[in-house]
Each structure stands twice: as C-alpha cells, then as structure tokens.
Design a protein around this ligand. Structure first.
Ligand code: ADP
Length: 185
C-alpha cells in the first residue's frame, strides 16, 4: 500500500504513522524525522532546514522534494510506504504524483486525521519533547501554515477519490482502529 497521512501539528500523526506502517509492513517515511535527524547530525541539509523548522515555516520545496524522491527510490519503498508529513502543499503533491507515475505507481489512499485546533495546541505544549519548534508562537504559526498550505490537499485528494477523513480524537488504539477500518485492511 502507498499511503499518505495528513493532519495538523499535534494531531498524533507520528504515533499513528508508526503503528499503521508496522501493521501494513511498509516503511514509515516522516519528513519531519528525516529533517530532525539531519539537524542532529549537522549535515548540510540539516543546517539548511533548521532555520525554517525553528520558524515553523516549510522547508523549501526543492529541498524537500529531492529528499523524498531519494528516499522513495530506496528498495524498501518499492512496494509500499506510508508518508507522514509529506506532501504538505499542492506543489509537493504534484511532484509526488509525477514521481510515482514515472515509476508506474500511484497512491492508494490519503488519510486525514481530523482534530480540534485548540486541543492540539494543548497537546503540543504539554508534549515537552524538547523540540525547538514547540513554543506557543511557533506552534500557532505551524497551524497557520497548515491551514493555508496543507489543508488544500484535502480537497485535492478528495477530488481524486483518495481521501479518507478519520476522527483523530481519543485513545491511540481507537484512532488506529478507525484508520484501519477506513483503509479496509
Ligand atoms: P508537525 O506536523 O508537528 O509540524 P513535523 O515533524 O511533521 O511536525 O515537521 C516539523 C517541521 O519540519 C515543519 O514545521 C517544517 O519546517 C519541516 N517539514 C516537515 N515536513 C515538511 C514538508 N513536507 N515540507 C516542508 N517542510 C517540512
């Protein structure tokens, strides 16, 4: 299965991505995790991305698209993957489409985790994972960026018959069950 998981910061995307990917035996590809790993190792990519991440801005598409294309070309992603945090705007969605098409592949489904915005601010502030982008100002900005840049993907994928919207509220296990049910797996 080739899946995309979308949802605002703090929706529990990362947690669900982990569980669902394991369940479907596909690699979980999280752009945020890849960027953070690069920041941690102070690679050129990490140094470039950090400025944007700390400000709650999207890392430029050229950087992100190349990074994901490279990851998707690895053998473990040949027969399926779960993308967490990518695409995050319409331009990235178009590039992903093209890259998959060129490889003779296509997405099977896009899962949108639906949550209440005020809840997610609480959740992120209390998460305390020491992420430098988890201050209230930056969280609010990430939510604005989500609304303006990422939310349009919901309509985009709905039109293409790929969208499954799932209630992201409640216990982790319950949300996982809803996702698996929506995917009919
Ligand atoms: P969250 O969903 O909580 O904002 P992520 O770990 O998905 O957290 O992303 C953290 C940061 O990494 C984003 O704010 C952004 O700067 C960068 N990032 C992650 N994915 C992308 C992407 N697809 N395009 C551009 N920037 C991205």
């Amino acid at each position: 299965m080739r899946l995309v998981l979308v949802g605002p910061p703090g929706a529990g995307k990362g947690t669900q991505a982990e569980v669902i990917a394991a369940r479907l035996a596909v690699p979980k590809i999280s752009t945020g995790d890849i960027f953070r790993a690069n920041v941690g190792q102070a690679t050129p990519l990490g140094l470039r991305a950090k400025v944007y991440m700390d400000a709650g801005e999207l890392v430029p598409d050229a950087v992100t698209n190349d990074m994901v294309a490279d990851r998707l070309s690895q053998p473990d992603a040949a027969h399926g993957f779960l993308l967490d945090g990518y695409p995050r705007n319409l331009g990235q969605a178009e590039v992903l489409n093209e890259n998959l098409e060129n490889a003779g592949a296509a997405l099977d489904a896009v899962v949108e985790l639906v949550v209440d915005v005020e809840n997610v601010i609480e959740r992120l502030l209390s998460r305390g994972q020491g992420r430098t982008d988890d201050t209230e100002d930056v969280i609010r900005h990430r939510l604005e960026v989500y609304a303006s840049e990422t939310q349009p993907l919901v309509g985009y994928y709905r039109e293409r018959g790929l969208l499954q919207s799932v209630d992201g509220l409640g216990a982790v296990d319950d949300v996982t069950s809803r996702i698996l049910e929506a995917l009919k797996v």
